[in-house]
Design a protein around this ligand. Structure first.
Ligand SMILES: NC(=O)c1ccc[n+]([C@@H]2O[C@H](COP(=O)([O-])OP(=O)(O)OC[C@H]3O[C@@H](n4cnc5c(N)ncnc54)[C@H](OP(=O)(O)O)[C@@H]3O)[C@@H](O)[C@H]2O)c1
Length: 243
């Protein structure tokens, strides 16, 4: 199996690459921007699991090269993990639309742009699976991160539609909804220990979702119920809460 990992330098992506390398002996296409870090990750995977790991420069923002990038993959992948993301700075985004735009584009627009290229190919071949890492932040807007939340919410809706489009062709689209994860994205934040997953835990959930052809997976599992409660809070109360 050939697995394309977009944003392969993400801590979660690396854990997912390890899991698939160990369990499925996949050939990996590791795509991201920082090539020095990516080379080290590829070396680690090759040494530990004896798999092929090819590194590729991929910047989701570069619209010009998106199609060429995908078409350069030979053989084409059997599955894709969409892992890149950008949390950004909410306050900065309120002050300057440039930051807001970067958050929206990285997490939504650019993700959709590359997934559309991949979806078309998978649809034509009648083969493949797509894992999209969204976030529970997309389930209800909060003042502390509503640009990021809005982009992830839009991504979740997009993935739902894509799943609906591709399921008839035997292609599964899996939406991953993590709560907090201990990664470089959340470095320096005071995360609640009991609610926080490690990248390896998230990777395990993603792998099980792939094996069982699941559609939507919260990770850790209890976020499904946490979010059900959060979503059920009436707006008159919710708008007075500091979240
Ligand atoms: N950490 C959390 O608490 C949490 C919670 C819910 C959802 N998520 C989501 O889970 C996914 C993985 O997160 P993580 O915590 O593992 O993140 P991370 O360690 O901070 O890694 C994010 C990666 O995204 C890549 N990236 C950003 N912009 C890119 C672009 N324009 N083109 C290509 N790559 C780009 C970066 O690659 P380079 O290093 O190569 O620049 C970076 O290594 C993300 O989608 C994130 O939004 C995270």
């Amino acid at each position: 199996m050939n697995l394309l990992v977009l944003g392969a330098n993400s801590d979660v992506a690396h854990a997912v690459s390890k899991k698939f390398a160990k369990e499925e002996k996949v050939n990996l296409y590791l795509a991201s921007r920082n090539m020095e870090v990516l080379e080290k990750k590829a070396q680690d995977l090759q040494t530990r699991f004896g798999v092929n790991a090819k590194v590729l420069f991929f910047d989701a923002e570069d619209g010009q090269s998106r199609k060429d990038f995908y078409e350069s993959l030979d053989p084409r992948p059997d599955g894709v993990i969409l892992a890149f993301g950008y949390l950004g700075d909410q306050e900065k985004a309120q002050d300057s639309f440039e930051e807001a735009e970067k958050i929206i584009n990285t997490n939504f627009t650019h993700a959709v742009a590359i997934l559309e290229v991949i979806a078309k190919d998978f649809e034509k071949r009648g083969h493949g699976f797509i894992v999209g890492i969204s976030s529970v932040a997309g389930e209800r807007g909060r003042k502390s991160n509503y640009f990021y939340g809005a982009a992830k919410g839009a991504l979740s809706i997009y993935l739902s539609g894509l799943r609906n489009r591709l399921s008839g062709r035997g292609i599964n689209v899996i939406t991953i909804l993590p709560g907090f994860i201990d990664t470089k994205m959340t470095e320096g934040m005071d995360l609640p220990g009991a609610l926080t997953a490690s990248p390896d835990e998230v990777a395990e959930d993603i792998y099980v979702a792939f094996k069982k052809n699941k559609s939507i997976v919260y990770t850790k599992w209890f976020w499904k119920w946490v979010m059900a409660i959060i979503k059920s809070i009436p707006e008159p109360i919710f708008k007075r809460m500091s979240l």
